[in-house]
Design a binder for this molecule. Structure first.
Ligand code: NAD
Length: 381
């Protein structure tokens, strides 16, 4: 049974699906691991390190004869079409927008798993790549904000006078937001945060930040995610947040609702009302933007001197640890569907749709799209 890891081909993608450290977990199960030459170049994972870890490094196409293909971003429809019938892929698949690749996987008889669909149950925490990558993005958001800011973050008492600490506001206190809070706090900033899920208040407080309570209706949805807000609710939220935004030196926005464009938390008018030198970091820039005027991969400077940093491929900006955490998520998911080699029997894949994690994260199987819960005992475990 051969696992292949191709080079990521999407522009700006610097992560790799397996780092050398995890190769022995797979070879111990009985798998052979083939890495495309140069796949780990941005993650300090050299071809020599892969070879030393027990993988085979090959140039050119490594996927067409593989039983399992691991990647970070989705394989293209053409790559899906080139795989062996019955092969398994694990990657982010963008199940809402990446339908071409999913259709191609179904036609090719490939079983394609989408990491976005791994259910948020405690047994699946070690496989939750959305969480591990959001952690990287949140950390990076605070560092970028501090770097762009013309101010110190900590309070300093110096012979030349006292420096007051930076006021940091984090909007959206999920995984990325909490990590942004923790990082901004470590830098010495005074942090407050808001989220539509009141259950995040205790987490915000436990990070040493202040939770802003706007006394608005809670928008707690299924699986720990938020629900979409109505335009009326959005306008009220923006109005109530305006005074908090106005006194901030750095605003980090991370708000998201799965499968939807990012909620608009700040209008251009709100940005215009901010002081020169204020920094806005919009981690949702790629999915529509929490902040009007933000552009993914760019720093927009307003006429008044406010800088809006639009996130693009943010976890990829920390490729070493983003790849390392991602690799562990992928290995844990693959291990769940592996029967290790034993007593002379070779390693094999056991795609058991009665396991909730496997059932919910598979998008295709047996030449068709997979519908979770379709198996007789689906979701029972
Ligand atoms: P996410 O990336 O979908 O959203 C980021 C944050 O934006 C969320 O906290 C959401 O409530 C918030 N948000 C949405 N609309 C908003 C708005 N209009 N204004 C302000 N904030 C808004 O979510 P996420 O960070 O991936 O996860 C959210 C929560 O899910 C986590 O905080 C955690 O409680 C839970 N979770 C559970 C598990 C698990 O049990 N295995 C794993 C990861 C996360």
């Amino acid at each position: 049974m051969r696992i292949a890891v191709p080079r990521e081909i999407r522009d700006g993608e610097k992560r790799v699906a397996l780092v050398p450290d995890v190769i022995n977990k797979l070879t111990r199960l009985g798998y052979e691991v083939v890495i495309e030459a140069g796949a780990g170049v941005h993650s300090q994972a050299t071809d020599d390190l892969y070879t030393a870890a027990g993988a085979t490094v090959k140039s050119g196409n490594v996927i067409s004869d593989a039983d399992v293909v691991l990647s970070v971003t989705s394989l293209t429809p053409a790559q899906m079409g080139s795989l062996k019938k019955g092969a398994v892929t694990i990657s982010f698949l963008s199940p809402v927008t990446g339908t071409d690749s999913i259709d191609a996987a179904a036609s090719a008889g490939v079983t394609a798993f989408s990491l976005e669909l791994v259910p948020r149950i405690s047994r699946a925490q070690s496989m939750d790549a959305l969480t591990s990558q959001a952690l990287c993005a949140g950390y990076r958001a605070a560092l970028v904000g501090a770097e762009l800011s013309p101010r110190f973050f900590p309070m300093l008492m110096t012979a030349a006078g006292t420096v007051t600490p930076a006021q940091v506001l984090v909007l959206g206190a999920g995984v990325a937001g909490l990590q942004a809070i923790a990082t901004a706090r470590r830098l010495g900033g005074v942090v407050s945060a808001y989220d539509v899920r009141p259950s995040s208040a205790d987490e915000v407080k436990s990070m040493g930040a202040t939770f802003i309570n706007l006394e608005l209706e809670a928008l707690e949805g299924a699986g720990g995610y938020a629900r979409e807000m109505t335009e009326e609710r959005a306008a009220k939220q923006r109005e109530l947040l305006t005074p908090y935004i106005a006194k901030s030196h750095l605003v980090i926005t991370t708000a998201a609702v799965p499968g939807r464009t990012a909620p608009r938390l700040m209008t251009a008018k709100m940005v215009d009302a901010m002081e020169a030198g204020t920094i806005i970091v919009d981690l949702a820039a790629e999915t529509g933007g929490n902040v009007e005027g933000s552009k993914p991969g760019e720093i927009v400077v307003t006429a008044k001197g406010v800088q809006i940093w639009g996130g693009k491929d943010v976890p990829s900006q920390l490729p070493f640890h983003a790849s390392s955490l991602y690799s562990r998520n992928v290995v844990n998911l693959l291990t769940l569907m592996t029967t290790p080699s034993k007593d002379g029997a070779p390693v094999s894949l056991n795609i058991d749709f009665t396991d909730e994690i496997i059932d919910k994260s598979a998008t295709t199987h047996g030449g068709a799209k997979h519908t979770p819960g379709a198996s007789e005992k689906g979701g029972a475990k």
